[in-house]
Design a protein around this ligand. Structure first.
Ligand code: GLY
Ligand code: MN
Ligand code: MN
Length: 434
């Protein structure tokens, strides 16, 4: 870890919190990482994901029952869970250069430290059963505070960009192994196993459930099954899978094919379109504009590859590209894969959706420090195609060619991109060495 980057990250976070606390009238804030959630009537827990507001402060994977107390003017206090337990691994005191920037305090019970906090206090995180009796009057997740913090999470510090870059490097190791597994004829489960092994992950530690879709299954946008059945032929692999570093996620999609004809040409076309869109990324650009340019690009591909005889403008006026590309161009990326604040237009929390493109998760104008995904796709989704054909008789579609291409499912290409002062940095293509 680059300690200087972390130190500046912590200073930035303290400044943001100080401003937000002052603006909302709180003297301090407690940030909870959350606790394990047990399966009903059983003695095992669901996989744990710490609350992002807590994870953002710390350069390691935060454990359940960790709390942070921040009072402006003082170092932040880390209450780490010093549990006594012989059934489970017990946490040890965090170590590293960075700990000098904190007050570290072992804590097992809320009662030991919460009642001693004075002043108007906000609590961010899930409610704790012991809260009411320990600190009545505590304000839980006040919206004015959380919306200011969510808004600023879009601007990544150098430390956060380091984590996101490393998360790309890790995921790309997996993507390479997955590609080899596909071309050696493995099942979805086999491809997934090789992805996890090469990226050094367990299913429970992925930032989101990796999508491993063979053949026509590539047309299901978030395909969840990982079948052990080996298909008779391997036409397509669409893999959308990431990795996590200190909680920060990568979110990468690649599509591979054994085809050498029309589907391979379409794949190359989507890849070229994706790179054209990437090239336009810089501060001041509107994601809503890029999304519309991408829709026009998809219409251009449909026309060029003789899937639709209508011109780009005619297709757009009839919403034809949306049947082939029904999702948004991308989203903010960070501690959440679909990071918070994508529709938020100010610290106050006012939101703006794109009514024409409700699935677009990012309507903010791009600014330096934002990290986003760019993920155009072109799919053969029977449900949407049938709807379009029924609703628009003058569709101009080449139905015979579409039938030939349905068994390939579709294409998506997704990169993770940092908006820099005057352009962008593509973390994904950098990790692939493209
Ligand atoms: N992996 C989910 C997404 O690309 O948005
Ligand atoms: Mn993805
Ligand atoms: Mn994505």
């Amino acid at each position: 870890m680059n300690t200087q980057h972390y130190s500046r990250h912590l200073a930035t976070l303290m400044e943001r919190y100080q401003q937000a606390l002052e603006a909302t009238g709180y003297d301090q804030v407690v940030i909870s990482a959350g606790s394990l959630v047990m399966v009903a009537e059983d003695d095992r827990a669901y996989p744990f994901t710490p609350r992002a507001y807590a994870q953002q402060w710390l350069p390691y994977d935060v454990l359940p029952d960790t709390f942070i107390v921040f009072t402006p003017g003082d170092k932040p206090r880390l209450l780490w869970p010093a549990r006594q337990d012989f059934w489970h691994i017990t946490p040890t005191e965090p170590t590293g250069d960075w700990t000098g920037m904190w007050h570290l305090q072992p804590a097992t019970r809320l009662d030991d430290w919460l009642p001693s906090l004075t002043g108007r206090t906000a609590w961010i995180g899930p409610e704790h059963p012991a809260l009411a009796q320990n600190k009545p009057g505590l304000e839980i997740n006040p919206a004015a505070l959380t919306s200011a913090l969510a808004y600023t999470r879009a601007y990544k510090t150098d430390f956060e960009v380091d984590c996101l870059a490393e998360a790309n490097v890790r995921a790309v190791r997996g993507h390479r192994a997955a590609r080899d597994a596909f071309f050696s004829g493995q099942s979805e489960a086999g491809v997934y196993r090789d992805y996890l092994a090469a990226s050094g992950q367990l299913e429970s530690t992925e930032p989101y459930s990796g999508i491993i879709a063979l053949n026509e299954s590539a047309a299901t946008l978030h395909y969840e099954r990982r079948s052990f059945d080996v298909p008779a032929t391997h036409r397509t692999l669409l893999i959308d899978a990431g990795a996590k570093v200190n909680g920060y996620a990568s979110d990468i999609t690649r599509t591979h094919t054994t085809d050498t004809g029309r589907f391979a040409e379409l794949l190359a076309g989507v890849d070229a379109l994706q790179q054209d869109i990437n090239a336009a990324i810089k501060p001041g650009v509107k994601m809503t504009d890029l999304h519309r340019i991408t829709q026009a690009g998809i219409a251009g591909l449909l026309n060029h590859h003789k899937l639709c005889s209508l011109s780009v403008d005619e297709q757009l006026s009839k919403n034809i590209p949306r049947a082939f590309y029904p999702h948004g161009l991308g989203h903010l990326l960070g501690l959440h894969v679909h990071d918070v604040g994508g529709h938020q237009q100010s610290v106050q929390g006012d939101v703006r959706n794109d009514p024409e493109n409700p699935f677009l998760r990012l309507t903010r104008t791009l600014e330096e420090g934002m990290v986003i995904t760019i993920e155009p796709g072109l799919y053969f989704i029977p449900m949407l195609l049938n709807k379009l054909i029924n609703a628009e008789p003058a569709h101009g579609l080449n139905l015979a060619l579409i039938e030939q291409l349905k068994p390939f499912g579709g294409v998506r290409i997704e990169d993770n991109i940092v908006v820099t002062g005057n352009g962008h940095r593509n973390l994904t293509r950098e990790a692939f060495g493209d």
